[in-house]
Design a protein around this ligand. Structure first.
Ligand code: C2E
Ligand code: MG
Ligand code: MG
Ligand code: MG
Length: 284
């Protein structure tokens, strides 16, 4: 009996493993065809200056409109795209599309000429030979000034890696801004801040989530904002959902904020109107 159970357990486990592997392989195949099939879209989340709550930029966030699975979150396919190498084509598409759309908003809303667009770039993409040239081409083809583009990379993506460091230096040379995304979550060393040429720290939303004046999150958030100021970086806090969080984050010295309080990610055709709505001079 024990033997039979053991065996059948093993069989079930093995079937599940096999099913999981083939489902993943299937998803990888579909990912490989999804750019050509036009299944990706970008949505844009406002980034606001906390002082006056004006929208100064947007972060481009990718969505996969899968024909049978519906909208797939980047959390569920970006890691797979990184492992399979498809991230290079997918990320390249996202970069060109974001530049194209940002250039369009600038011409449709001349007062929004300083609006920046943030694009997430994965480690394997950043390390690909030719990535910097691809960025330069995306700017040239779209007509977007380099000063209006910010590239977001995570600490883990650039840790101890010469190719990344070199690509980042060249991006800075083009005049593009560089943000360290999800700052504070990775097991990175602070020494990274001395070697990577970033312009912005984005405090991860886990520190904002349950922030109170007396808690540990506030202590870490304070340290990060002070470090940003001392190093002459700008600081953004992610995941601000409530007015209490906004007030507290601002009191800790953050210059910019992003989160559902200011706005959820928007489809591209709503960005211009939202910008106008948030940036109209109010007299009250
Ligand atoms: P991220 O770059 O840290 O982006 C912020 C994520 O937090 C977004 O999730 C956004 O929708 C979500 N968020 C914003 N405000 C709030 C809030 O107030 N509360 C909560 N709970 N969440 C908030 P999303 O769009 O699902 O993206 C998840 C991650 O996928 C991104 O995290 C980024 O790492 C990755 N990603 C998205 N688009 C791309 C892309 O084009 N390329 C690459 N390589 N990665 C991408
Ligand atoms: Mg990001
Ligand atoms: Mg982030
Ligand atoms: Mg994040």
């Amino acid at each position: 009996e024990a033997k039979r159970r053991g065996r059948s357990t093993w069989v079930i486990y093995s079937d599940e493993m096999g099913a999981k592997i083939s489902a993943e392989a299937q998803l990888v195949r579909e990912l490989g065809a999804a750019v050509e099939a036009g299944q990706f879209t970008l949505v844009y989340q406002p980034i606001v200056r906390l002082d006056d709550q004006r929208m100064t930029g947007v972060e481009a966030l990718i969505r996969w409109n899968h024909p049978t699975r519906g909208v797939v979150s980047p959390v569920d396919f970006i890691p797979l795209a990184e492992r399979s190498g498809h991230i290079v084509a997918i990320g390249g598409w996202a970069l060109r599309e974001a530049c194209r759309q940002a250039a369009h908003w600038r011409s449709a809303f001349p007062a929004a000429e300083d609006l920046t667009v943030n694009v997430n770039v994965a480690g394997p993409q950043l390390r690909t030979a030719g990535f910097v040239d691809e960025v330069a081409a995306a700017l040239r083809d779209s007509g977007l000034p380099a000063s209006c583009l910010s590239i977001e990379v995570t600490e883990t993506a650039v840790l101890d890696d010469e190719e990344s460091a070199e690509a980042m230096l060249r991006l800075r040379g083009l005049g593009i801004r560089l943000a360290l995304d999800d700052f504070g979550t990775a097991a990175s060393s602070l020494g990274l801040l001395l070697t990577v040429p970033v312009t912005t720290l984005k405090l991860d939303r886990s520190f904002v989530e349950s922030i109170t004046t007396v808690g540990r999150q506030a202590a870490v958030a304070t340290a990060v904002s002070q470090m940003a100021t001392a190093l002459d970086f700008s600081s953004v806090a992610e995941g601000i959902e409530t007015d209490e969080q906004r007030v507290l984050i601002q009191s800790l010295g953050y210059q910019y904020g992003q989160g559902y309080l200011f706005g959820r990610p928007l489809p591209p055709d709503e960005v211009g109107d939202r910008w106008a709505e948030m940036n109209t001079v109010r007299t009250d």
